[in-house]
Structures are given as structure tokens and as C-alpha cells.
Design a protein around this ligand. Structure first.
Ligand code: NAG
Ligand code: NAG
Ligand code: NAG
Ligand code: NAG
Ligand code: NAG
Ligand code: NAG
Ligand code: NAG
Length: 413
């Protein structure tokens, strides 16, 4: 790993491409903390575990760092890197942007911390991993192109007829391709994967997809929505706002722009300023993290309680139906006749309440739902508890413990 005495000089890596197409490119490397680029670097980088700029981390991940950003404003102990990354057995590799930590700040000797594993904030090829000897190429016609070892293009920046003159890797992990007037031709911020970095926007039409693809969070002209990508996908968060243009993540708030005043939700912080927002692969939360990846806030909790998250209590079942039923203004030509029947029937009871209850957490409800699904009659009214449900009901009343996945749910009779 090369050391640099001019590590603290400047962040900007500026590449000047020769104007003749398909010529090799000349580098003007002003400075990079850690000096991860050799002075004679070409504009094609090969994925290799033995490249001089590769780092093995204690968590089992491995990165061949191609570019390193300057320190961020709010922390001299972290930076962004981009390059090839793999983990554990290293059978599959991605070209990614990730955050890195330094052991401690010392302008003359900056070592990347191996105990803090890199955290990926963007990936060019999340679904199409490449192998050793894959290459990343930078050309003025194509911008960046990722080619697998056998030459197949796995990913490239789609820049149309524009031409790329240089590359800038910002200290908030935005990889930008610039033209000869320094206008942005392409930037990773416009192609989010599962994470937003401070300052980044999600424009109507864009979405975050959690790692593995189970959840998505999308912004449209109608507002923002979160889905579990089951078949069919189910929505678990709805925020409607007509003519939404974008949402933007700031240190202290998340703002939504429509053709009207900008609305913002303030975000809690913890010890350090906020830096990342990630759609969780396992729980579908949109978690806010500080610059050291400490959890600071769960954005969706403003709109849904903990049991509203799809995986908290197992399968995400009939909550949508209950929500519809509780909303007297809801109309839908397919189900409105049934809804009207139910509302009429409900009106005949003096005291009635509708609450969603996850079946997995409530054996009575589960049994009743199964009976309902199997019975031949369209409608059946019981004057007392059906005998099949009695034992489960008694268990509930006497507090017999079952391994329920949703501790917050209280069953009240
Ligand atoms: C790089 O970061 C240092 C420390 O935060 C700052 O003083 C310097 O101006 C930065 N350089 C550039 C080019 O932004
Ligand atoms: C690598 O794997 C470890 C263990 O599964 C995990 O904790 C870590 O987050 C992974 N790192 C990356 C960069 O994927
Ligand atoms: C950086 O790493 C070098 C070589 O491993 C080591 O000699 C040096 O003490 C380290 N510096 C810091 C600040 O940890
Ligand atoms: C990668 O390329 C090098 C040099 O051409 C070759 O020696 C090596 O076997 C290749 N590695 C793999 C895994 O194909
Ligand atoms: C290159 O390798 C990939 C994955 O290993 C494979 O899917 C693809 O068909 C190969 N392409 C060619 C031209 O051999
Ligand atoms: C390159 O990125 C830095 C932030 O890290 C920014 O200040 C600078 O304006 C960018 N350069 C260009 C030409 O966009
Ligand atoms: C583009 O940005 C670089 C680095 O900041 C600068 O050296 C260069 O003069 C700029 N080019 C133009 C056309 O503004």
C-alpha cells in the first residue's frame, strides 16, 4: 500500500482524456489521501486481489480501491472509496462505492482501518457480479464500462452522444463524469441502489431497492411508497403528496418538494452528524446512520408503528383490508359492494372495533380466518364462541405463552 506525504493536499482527482477517441488517457492526479493511484495509472483497472491498492479487512471483505475521496467535512476519520469489492470466499465481485474509516487522523501517515469493514453505498452491478480479471474502463465515448474477464460488458454509464473529459469523486461518495466544461454528464447519485448519502435526492420515478431485492422505496409524482416485493407486491407505507418532484436527504431533515412549499421531517441524530440512509435488507426500515454508521433514526416510524413493518410479525396479511375498512371515504368499484355489506352489518352492533392483528400472533384470529375460508355459507353469525376456537381462546385469556413474533401486540377481549 503506497504512502503519501501529500495525502492531505486535495481531493480532486481530475483525469484529462485525450481528444482522439480510443487513445489511452493521461492522468493529472492532483492528490489523493492515501495515494491509492500510482502515477502511471492507466484508465483501465483490473480486478485483482494482489493489486498494490487492495486491502483485506477484518470482516472478511476485500477491496481493490481505485479512487479515494478526500475526508468529509464533518469527519477527518472517514472517506469514500470506489473500486472492486468482494466478501468472504470472494467468488463474486462488484464495482462499488463504499465508505472507509481511518485508524486515526495524521496528515502524513494515513492508514485505512482494517477493523472497520467497508460499507457499500452504491453498486454498479448488484445483480451481475463479475470475476477476477474483470476490468473497469474509462473512455470519453462510453464513460465508465465494467467488463467481465471474458470481455462481456456487464454495466456501463449510458451517456448517449455526450463525451467525458474527466472524473470527480466527491467526499460524499458521488462519482461524477464531467465534460470539457466540467458539467456533469453522469453521476452515481442519479442511480441510487439501496442507500442515500447526505445531499442526495430521489427524484420522482426513482427508487431504492434493498440488497437482495425484498423491499423497495419509490418516489413518484403521487408521493412516496414502500413495498415488500412479494407476489404480488404489497405496499406497507403510503405518503401521498400530489405533484411530488423529489425528496432530498439532509443532515437534519428529509425534505419533499412538490409544486408548493417544501415540507421537511426533521431527523434525529446520534453523537455525530447524519450521513447515510439505507433501506434495510431484512426489515424494510429506512434507517438513518451517522458518519460512523451508528443508527440514528428510523424514518418510516413516523408513518407506521413497529408492527406495520412487513416482516415483524411474519407474513404481511390483511392489514390493508382493515385500513380500507376504517377509512369511510374509501371507494373501489370492485370491493365497495362487499365493504358496504360489512359496514351495514357492523352498524347493527352497539360496540365494535376493527384492529389489524397478525394471524401468526393470534391463534384465535387464525382459526376463525381458516374456518371462514373453508365454510360453504357466505355468511354465518355465532352467538357464542365457536367450539373449535375455545381452547385457543382460553389459552389467550389465561396468558398461556406461545412463541409470538410480535411482542407489542396485546390481544384484548
Ligand atoms: C480536503 O479535506 C481537507 C480537510 O477536510 C480540506 O482542508 C481540504 O480543503 C480538502 N480539499 C479539497 C480539494 O476539497
Ligand atoms: C462481509 O461479510 C461480513 C460477514 O458476513 C459482513 O459483516 C460484512 O458487512 C460484509 N461486508 C461487505 C462489504 O459486504
Ligand atoms: C500505517 O501503516 C504502517 C505500515 O503498516 C505503519 O508502520 C504505521 O505505523 C501506520 N500508521 C498509523 C498512523 O497507524
Ligand atoms: C487473471 O489474469 C492473469 C494475467 O493474465 C492470469 O495469470 C490469471 O490466471 C487470471 N486469473 C484468473 C482467475 O483467471
Ligand atoms: C462471460 O461470462 C459470463 C459469466 O461468467 C457468462 O454469463 C457469459 O455468457 C460469458 N460471455 C461470453 C461471451 O463467453
Ligand atoms: C468535485 O467534487 C468536489 C467535492 O468533493 C466539488 O467541490 C467540486 O466542485 C467538484 N468538481 C467539479 C468540477 O464538479
Ligand atoms: C474543471 O475543473 C478542474 C478542476 O477543478 C479545473 O482544473 C479546470 O480548469 C476546470 N475546467 C473548466 C473548463 O472549468
Amino acid at each position: 500500500m503506497g504512502m503519501s506525504s501529500w495525502a492531505s493536499c486535495a481531493v480532486l482527482l481530475y483525469l484529462v482524456l485525450l481528444l482522439t477517441p480510443s487513445c489511452p488517457i493521461l492522468f493529472l492526479v492532483t492528490a489523493l489521501p492515501g495515494n491509492y493511484l500510482a502515477a502511471d495509472a492507466s484508465t483501465s483497472w483490473t480486478n485483482s486481489l494482489s493489486a498494490p491498492d487492495s486491502v483485506k479487512f477484518d470482516d472478511g471483505s476485500f477491496a481493490r480501491i481505485i479512487l479515494l475521496s478526500n475526508f468529509s467535512d464533518d469527519s477527518v476519520a472517514t472517506a469514500c472509496g470506489c473500486g472492486f469489492i468482494c466478501n468472504q470466499t470472494c467468488n463474486s465481485h462488484h464495482f462499488a462505492i463504499f465508505s472507509l474509516s481511518y485508524d486515526y487522523y495524521d496528515p502524513d501517515s494515513v492508514n485505512i482501518s482494517k477493523s472497520e469493514g467497508p460499507k457499500v453505498v452504491w453498486s454498479a452491478n448488484p445483480e451481475n457480479p463479475v470475476s477476477i480479471n474483470a476490468t473497469l474502463q474509462l473512455t470519453s465515448e462510453e464513460g465508465l464500462a465494467l467488463k467481465d474477464a471474458n470481455g462481456t460488458t456487464v454495466w456501463s454509464t449510458n451517456i448517449g452522444s455526450k463525451s467525458v473529459a474527466g472524473l470527480n469523486f466527491t467526499d460524499v461518495c458521488n462519482l461524477q463524469l464531467l465534460d470539457d466544461k466540467n458539467a456533469t454528464v453522469w453521476q452515481s447519485f442519479d442511480h441510487p441502489t439501496d442507500t442515500l448519502v447526505v445531499g442526495q435526492k430521489l427524484v420522482a420515478g426513482q427508487q431504492l431497492t434493498s440488497q437482495g431485492g425484498l423491499f423497495s422505496f419509490s418516489v413518484t409524482r403521487q408521493g412516496f411508497f414502500a413495498y415488500i416485493n412479494s407476489n404480488p407486491p404489497q405496499r406497507y407505507l403510503t405518503y401521498t403528496s400530489e405533484n411530488t418532484i423529489n425528496i432530498q436527504f439532509f443532515k437534519d431533515n428529509l425534505a419533499i418538494s412538490s409544486y408548493g412549499p417544501i415540507l421537511a421531517w426533521s431527523l434525529a441524530s446520534k453523537y455525530f452528524s447524519n450521513r447515510y440512509m439505507r433501506l434495510g435488507a431484512d426489515n424494510g426500515h429506512l434507517e438513518v446512520y451517522n458518519v460512523f454508521w451508528g443508527e440514528a433514526d428510523n424514518f418510516f416510524s413516523r408513518f407506521i408503528d413497529s408492527c406495520g413493518f412487513p416482516t415483524v410479525c411474519g407474513s404481511y396479511d390483511a392489514k390493508a383490508v382493515v385500513d380500507v375498512f376504517k377509512n369511510p371515504d374509501y371507494e373501489n368499484h370492485v370491493i365497495s359492494p362487499i365493504l358496504d355489506d360489512c359496514r351495514q352489518l357492523a352498524a347493527t352492533f352497539q360496540q365494535i372495533q376493527f384492529n389489524h392483528c397478525y394471524r401468526q400472533a393470534n391463534r384465535c384470529v387464525d382459526m376463525l380466518a381458516r374456518m371462514g375460508a373453508e365454510q360453504e355459507l357466505h355468511f354465518l353469525m355465532f352467538n357464542s364462541l365457536p367450539v373449535e376456537v375455545l381452547s385457543a381462546f382460553e389459552d389467550d385469556c389465561t396468558g398461556v405463552y406461545f412463541n409470538r413474533l410480535c411482542p407489542e401486540l396485546d390481544v384484548v377481549f
